[in-house]
Design a protein around this ligand. Structure first.
Ligand SMILES: C[S@@+](CC[C@H](N)C(=O)[O-])C[C@H]1O[C@@H](n2cnc3c(N)ncnc32)[C@H](O)[C@@H]1O
Length: 823
């Protein structure tokens, strides 16, 4: 690969749209003076837009900048900009311009089209860079460059004003290197040296780039955005996983993550530091008790007090708070949902489930002050269960503190040991969210190591009460943004694989002999009563054609319910169970009996059961018409447990509905507020836009006037910048100094100065360096004249260059010049 690249000079295609000029300027600013590569920039432009990109970019670099022309053979150390309304191709070392076909949609010039032809023509000697912009133009092009052995680079999300374009390429998996635009320029020499070699390119990426991709993978699969968590936190968790897998290079770990959902899950679990305990930091809780008493005393007794505990983990903290409220209200029996509602939220579903159960070990309970243990916990065979009234006032809900809308109208937020994981910006946003969620009289309880600007701008510490804060009423906070999803993230190509099912063919083979022995009519079902296989003639018993479906949908009438119950009883007993005699579902003369045998697990670990349907003769069945009492009792017990579980499920469901309701209400408030904000921003934008339009008209008038002056002024006049490049020249000066028309901003030394002109241009250098004017005698076409050079400055009074002109000495003529130029 490298041999090809080193034989040919490298060509670098740079594609960009919105935010592109800024990124491009940062990139070229970092480039060394002599690179040895050729740069071709394809910036999306409106079809008839006259771009000033050449001039903008020329200001930032000493490399030559010019516009692409049809048939151009580009040179190294030059930057070429594609013109508007054309697509651009590379063909045998030259650039070809194709007028845009207006009937074909899509942005122009097309980055994909250019990159693809660049890949075909230059192979491994092609580098593609996708900078800021939205949409996906460039993604396919980078793929072509990579496939040809070249190098694909994307601007990083943090430095791109619009990150859609680079992210699209990144998500498609076609990028070798992700860097800020500035770093692409600064590291260009190393990039050239490593070009086409993925391993070497990867070493140029700082770990933070790996963090970005890892966060991206986590987001795609868990919907939790860790990008704004502290990099150090993320990195530590990643290191732990790397150590567990025996990996040294982060890039290797990224490879594992790209290919393993199990590892993504493992890292996600590692990220959720679920450490907690009852009355964690007891002194803090002691101080906090006073605040809770105050909140309870001030309550109006009509509306319930509302508390939010985000990042509640497994519930110990939230029950500790509930105990303090119960104490302040008169004990466990004095609390119910009409007096107190506590929303406990977390992103860790397993932790929430644990909290909902409210069952804790003796070790966990040891942290609870003795006086509360008996009053608020009940010892059971499985552990210590929280008092039902405590459990009842707490509503556990899955909720992301950073991405979801907050609960509202709160008297207290207890957010402990969560903020510590967030980066500074995220802390500020979360604090604004909490601030907007609290009532004016609201209080905030934080963890021991949480405070700082994000907190103290909005909250004032309550003296003598540890980490308890009062809300500072009247502070303007930005409308908290609600971001349920991020479209850019959602298109990652990785998918969860479908679970593999054991085929009915293999089941049939294994159990055919057993079925023959036990009776011809049978089904193999799972513990959830899903049918896996059918044996014998079951048309009398089955309602619909059987596929992998539930027993209750396929067995006729009452048989379905009996079969489900029997499977559950068999699973619990671990041995054969049978029903009594049951009416035949289709013929009144016969009856049947169901027998269920446990078969062990299939390859996926699903327990399987053989359900045999035995026809009985009504007369022969005699005393067997009723089920044995033992089985009947078992069945009853099972039904009771099923109802209890259902009850619990309903309760969880109702809690979730309740919390979703709250969230929806909050979201609707947010949207309304955001809408108003947008409307006013829109109005401001319209005003700013009008102003810009006005300025643009003024500017274009000024440029026209200047051009008219330069075309008509009767003396040679040249404007040079601080590097002595010719910026503007009157028509007289153009012919006198032979200024090359085809070069953008040629250096004064590139002009063919007349023999009469001073050999040394040191006077010109002096003027731009010292800011002092200079004048010398000069004879122009036999007329005694003066060669006057005056400096010019920008509005900040910084030296920008010089104006050089040849003025006849005759005073009459001299007075015709604008006085500013004479000065
Ligand atoms: C160290 S525990 C703190 C538990 C408890 N607040 C305490 O202080 O004992 C941090 C908890 O924050 C949760 N967490 C992390 N990021 C979160 C987020 N964005 N939204 C909600 N919970 C989050 C974790 O899942 C974890 O359960």
């Amino acid at each position: 690969m490298m041999s090809d690249a080193s034989l040919k000079k490298i060509w670098v295609g740079i594609g960009a749209s919105a935010g592109g000029p800024e990124a491009l300027a940062s990139l070229v600013r970092g480039l060394p003076e002599s690179v040895g590569a050729t740069f071709i920039v394809v910036q999306h432009l409106a079809p008839h837009h006259k771009s000033i990109l050449c001039e903008l970019i020329q200001r930032e670099t000493s490399l030559r900048v010019g516009e692409v022309s049809d048939g151009l053979s580009p040179q190294p150390d030059h930057i070429y900009i594609a013109p508007a309304n054309h697509n651009i191709l590379v063909q045998q070392g030259t650039l070809v311009l194709l007028p845009v076909d207006p009937t074909v949609g899509g942005p122009t010039p097309s980055i994909d089209t250019f990159f693809t032809s660049l890949a075909q023509d230059r192979g491994a000697a092609a580098i593609g860079v996708v900078l800021s912009g939205s949409g996906s133009d460039g993604t396919r092009g980078l793929e072509a460059i990579q496939a040809a052995g070249g190098t694909a680079i994307a601007q990083d999300e943090a430095s791109a004003r619009y990150s859609g374009k680079p992210l699209s390429a990144l998500q498609a998996g076609n990028v070798d290197l992700v860097l800020s635009a500035e770093a692409i320029g600064q590291k260009f020499t190393q990039i050239l040296a490593a070009s086409g070699q993925r391993d070497r390119l990867a070493t140029l990426m700082p770990p933070v780039q790996h963090l970005a991709e890892i966060s991206q993978l986590l987001y795609t699969h868990t919907n939790v955005d860790f990008r704004e968590y502290k990099p150090s936190t993320l990195y530590r968790r990643i290191e732990r996983r790397m150590a567990a897998l025996g990996l040294i290079q982060v890039s290797d770990y990224v490879d594992v993550l790209r290919n393993s959902l199990a590892e993504i899950d493992a890292l996600f679990r590692e990220m959720m530091v679920c450490v907690t305990s009852f009355f964690r930091d007891p002194e803090e809780f002691e101080c906090f008790r006073a605040s809770i008493n105050e909140i309870v005393q001030k309550a109006d007794g009509i509306t319930p007090l509302r508390v939010w505990v985000p990042g509640c983990a497994t519930g110990e903290e939230v029950y500790s708070i509930a105990i303090l409220f119960a104490e302040a209200m008169g004990g466990a029996d004095a609390i119910d949902r009409s007096r107190l509602q506590i929303f406990a939220s977390d992103i860790d579903m397993k932790a929430l489930k644990f909290g909902r159960e409210g069952l804790y070990s003796a070790d966990a309970i040891a942290q609870v002050p003795c006086e509360y243990r008996d009053r608020y916990f009940e010892a059971t065979a499985d552990g210590h269960r929280v008092h039902p009234n405590l459990r009842d006032v707490v509503l556990f809900a899955e909720h992301n503190l950073c991405q979801d809308s907050p609960f509202r109208n709160l008297d207290l937020v207890c957010c402990r040991n969560v903020l510590i994981y967030f980066g500074e910006d995220l802390q500020h946003r979360v604090m604004s969210k909490i601030y907007s969620a609290l009532k004016d009289s609201g209080k905030l309880f934080l963890g021991l190591s949480e405070s700082g600007g994000a907190v103290e701008d909005l909250f004032a510490r309550v003296v003598g009460e540890g980490k308890v804060f009062n809300l500072r009423a009247g502070v303007e906070v930005p409308v908290p943004t609600f971001c349920p999803d991020n479209a850019a993230h959602s298109s990652m190509p990785m998918r969860r694989p479908e679970p593999q099912n054991c085929t009915s063919k293999s089941i049939d083979g294994r159990f055919a002999a057993l079925v023959q022995a036990l009776g011809p009519n049978a089904l193999i079902v799972t513990a959830q009563a899903q049918i896996r296989s059918v044996f014998g003639k079951l048309t009398d018993f089955i309602e619909t054609p059987v596929s992998a479906t539930q027993v209750r949908n396929t067995l006729r009438g009452h048989l379905a319910a009996e079969a489900r119950l029997l499977v559950a009883l068999t699973q619990r007993a671990g041995e054969m169970r049978q029903t009594g005699s049951l009416p035949h579902p289709t013929t009144a003369k016969e009856s049947v009996r169901l027998l269920c045998y446990p078969l062990g697990a299939d390859a996926d670990g699903d327990a399987l059961f053989l359900l045999v349907i035995k026809p009985l003769d009504v007369d022969a069945s005699g005393g067997d018409l009723v089920r044995s009492r033992e089985v009947e009792e078992e069945a009853l017990l099972y039904r009771i447990e099923e109802l209890e579980a259902l009850n619990e499920e309903l309760r969880t469901l109702s809690e979730e509905v309740h919390s979703t309701n709250e969230e929806l209400q909050a979201t609707s408030d947010d949207i309304e507020a955001a809408n108003e904000e947008l409307q006013s921003t829109n109005e401001e934008l319209i005003a700013v836009n009008e102003e810009h339009q006005f300025n643009a008209i003024q500017m274009s008038l000024a440029v026209r006037e200047l051009e008219a002056i330069l075309a008509n002024v009767s003396v040679p006049l040249v404007v040079v910048d601080a590097e002595l490049n010719v910026v503007r020249a009157s028509s007289q000066a153009q012919s006198l100094l032979t200024i090359p028309a085809e070069v953008q901003r040629p250096h004064i030394s590139e002009c063919e100065l007349p023999p009469s002109f001073p050999k040394s241009l040191s006077f010109l250098v002096d003027v731009v360096e010292t800011g002092k004017s200079h004048e010398m005698d000069y004879t122009l076409e036999g007329v005694p004249s003066a060669l006057c050079t005056v400096p010019y400055r920008n509005t900040r009074n910084e030296l920008m260059g010089a104006v050089m002109m040849i003025v006849p000495k005759d005073t009459q003529n001299r007075n015709r010049l604008p006085p500013r130029l004479i000065d």
